[in-house]
Design a protein around this ligand. Sequence first.
Ligand SMILES: *Cc1c(COP(=O)(O)O)cnc(C)c1O
Length: 355
Amino acid sequence: MTFASRALIDLRSDTVTRPDERMRAAMASAEVADNVIDVDPTIRLLEDRTAEILGKPAALWTPTGTMANLIALSVHLRRGDRFLAPRGAHVLTNELGSAAWLAGGMPEALETDAGPGRPSVQTLANAVAGGIGGPYYLLRTTVLCLENTHNAAGGAVIPPDEHAQLVATAQEAGMKVHLDGARLWNAAVALDIPPAALTVGTDTVSVCFTKGLGAPVGSAVAGSVTFVEKARRIRQMLGGGVRQGGVLAAAGVLGLERIEDLATDHFNAERLASGLAGLGWDVGSPQTNIVLARVGDVSITLRMLRAAGVLALPMAGQVRFVTHRDVTTADIDEVLRRLTDAAQERSAGVAPQAG
Ligand SMILES: *Cc1c(COP(=O)(O)O)cnc(C)c1O
């Protein structure tokens, strides 16, 4: 076996992609200016295109999705306000508590009883309680933070009708709605609808250019013009006011042209999941580009995978494989071949003892 064919196949995340030549060229030749003193034209272009795709009046570039979520929650929350998010949401478990530490919110996880990553309207209605109303001595529940697709639930999609019911329930109680759409593109491609169909009614939406779209840096948070004015000040407070950031934004502009390519990642995830199931793994059918496998021992499995030349990550007590634009369908077939070989070697290894 050649060295190249044994190169590690990296399915840890769709963030491991490296910018290709075209993207690097676009970055190198980007038109730029100081985006704190003035406006960087390429950042502005990316913000305008993002806002349009998301069906919002305005958008603000941020270095990361974590900052985009934090900015939205900082604008919406007052200290001590309660905010709701589905159990396992990125804002609850993967942002180091910044929603509480910096935005001052008190988090409450919603059970995902309508399906993977999806709280039912009843669960939300119960948690909303009085929302922003009620007597002065009661806790205020002011924000609902949805996540589409839901990462820890295996790239699970919230369909538009359920989204609309959840948003309406929150808004009837006077709450704001933020959508963590780091992988909103994946949801839109999976449902074959425009991304804007999945942002209806939300006050704010965050998106990442670094997940399936392959940019090395960059996210955005979209909302009203007034929201973006406030958001710009908070981005500056957080140290996110970059100067000639057009070099980075150019990657996002190109990324937005590649949304449809995500269908390949979804096809590859489905192929991986069915191949793994054929090898006896306990995996469900992925809705987008994330495959979760229930295994006996996550760390032993990850070590076995690495020895076989496959990288994955632990997620929500399971093993997570993510397909992305730097892995091909042939790579997925190679993953399945390696795992088939590894399983055969293991059973050959135990056979003498059994005999
Ligand atoms: C990756 C991710 C983020 C944060 O994005 P970063 O750019 O890594 O900070 C937020 N929400 C979800 C659901 C994500 O998957």
